[in-house]
Design a protein around this ligand. Structure first.
Ligand code: ACO
Length: 413
């Protein structure tokens, strides 16, 4: 059956069903009960990819604890697990690594396009544009062809880091460095942005950071990816829409803001006054709070350990003392509401120690999360129904058209 017919049929069924449900909801339940702002607690899909226990602070990918994966796995192995469902055999992993390595290079046309981006733009905007542009180069939309799925996975996992690194050098007025085939995935990325081969411990810690950020169930960017996927568009559009969603300060963008906040606090004696003022003014403390976790985010616990490993090896960072002091002071003020450090609180300190510019923190989050987005893309295609929720209309009705010259300043008659 032609894909278009499948889409039309699914759309019609979805619209009919949504209209019926909407009518039923309107007559059966008061609007206030049906509406959950931010869809809090509303299951929007079934998934076997990732599980979170927000009370116990547990996170698993395909049934494996993220702590075990961060300690033993590599990012590419974890990406394989997330996308294909099981840990790879030795041969499968080598083949996957080789395929990703073969796809690392980015067309000179995309690099030329990136040279036209403004040098002072945000790297997340550059990434969103360049990820979307892949759809122009690999436009065959053959979602029922397993080879197309495999190729799209390889390309996105392989090329996203190269594009992040390319923009980093282009905006400094340099030509992008070509990926190095003798370096593993994470070491190669660090090489492409810092222009020198990283210390093995630094590369290993960076790889563990990618594992920790690779997947997190139906967060905003993954939801965005699944909504986009449900229209049966191409995977490059799926990833581009997710990148745009991740960029916001309430989501992936918070990791940059944490360092800005610590700089603003400045010294340890200013931590408590800052917290009291921010809480009184109902400002959010960046890197704190999570819809799912009511305890400290397990990824923050691991990232803190990774940060300490880096400081032990490469020298201390006094900003870490400030961060710990903030965590301690926040525990009595925000802890009773279940607000603790999330993944973004310590990740910036790790990246800062690795010499990574602050505005690359969120693109690095995207490099990792592309594994989760692709896993959800595949899962969505496996049991697709277009996302088309309903709404509770709160606007005007029965208004009459007013000619332009008869309208008052507010636009009415
Ligand atoms: N600092 C202070 N108070 C907070 C914080 C915070 N970081 N987070 C939540 N609260 C408070 C709110 O003020 C609110 O209090 P109230 O009930 O007295 O009004 C209550 O906790 C609930 O807050 P919501 O914003 O409704 O919680 P929600 O689940 O919608 O938001 C979010 C979760 C967006 C992560 C929020 O905690 C936040 O904005 N944190 C700061 C930004 C951040 O670190 N984002 C990264 C999240 S992790 C990630 O996306 C990768």
């Amino acid at each position: 059956m032609a894909l278009a017919m499948v889409v039309d049929a699914a759309q019609t069924a979805a619209d009919t069903s949504a209209a019926e449900k909407s009518a039923a909801e309107k007559s059966a339940a008061p609007a206030a009960q049906a509406f959950r702002p931010g869809l809090e607690g509303v299951p929007a899909t079934q998934s076997s990819i990732c599980d979170i226990d927000g009370q116990k602070g547990l996170l698993t990918y395909r049934g494996y604890g993220v702590d075990e994966l961060a300690a033993n796995s590599s990012f590419l192995e974890t990406a394989y697990l997330l996308i294909w469902g099981d840990l790879p055999s030795f041969d499968q992993l080598r083949a996957f690594e080789n395929d990703v390595q073969m796809h690392r290079r980015v067309s000179f046309r995309i690099r030329d396009m990136m040279k036209c981006f403004p040098a002072d733009g945000h790297p997340m905007d550059a990434l969103q544009s360049s990820a979307a542009s892949l759809g122009l180069f690999y436009s065959r939309r053959a979602l029922d062809d397993p080879d197309y799925i495999v190729d799209a996975v390889m390309r996105l996992i392989a090329k996203i880091p190269t594009m992040v690194a390319a923009y980093q050098l282009i905006r400094k007025g340099q030509d992008p460095i070509q990926p190095r085939d003798d370096l593993p995935y994470s070491a190669n990325f660090l090489y492409m942005i810092t222009e020198r081969e990283p210390d093995p411990l630094a590369a290993r810690i960076f790889d563990a950071c990618l594992i920790l950020h690779a997947e997190h169930s139906l967060n905003a960017s993954t939801f965005s990816a699944r909504v986009t996927a449900s229209t049966l568009t191409d995977p490059y559009a799926v990833v581009a829409s997710a990148v745009g969603t991740l960029a916001g300060p309430l989501h992936g963008g918070a990791n940059e803001d944490v360092l800005a906040m610590l700089e603003q606090i400045g010294t340890e004696d200013q931590v408590e006054p800052y917290l009291d003022r921010a809480i009184a003014e109902k400002q959010k403390i960046m890197g704190f709070g999570h819809r799912e976790y009511k305890v400290k985010d397990p990824r923050a616990v691991i990232l803190q350990d990774l940060a300490e490993q880096l400081f032990n090896r490469f020298g201390h960072d006094s900003m870490y003392d400030l961060a710990r002091r903030l965590e301690e002071a926040a525990a009595t003020r925000l802890g009773p509401k279940g607000i603790y450090p999330n993944v973004d609180f310590y990740s910036g300190l790790v990246y800062r120690k690795l010499g990574i510019p602050r505005d690359l923190f969120t693109p690095i989050f995207a490099i990792a999360r592309v594994a989760g987005w692709l896993a959800h893309w595949k899962e969505q295609l496996g049991a697709n129904r277009i996302y088309r929720p309903t709404q509770i209309y709160t606007g005007s009705s029965g208004r009459s058209w007013v000619p332009l010259d008869a309208r008052n300043a507010a636009g009415g008659g």
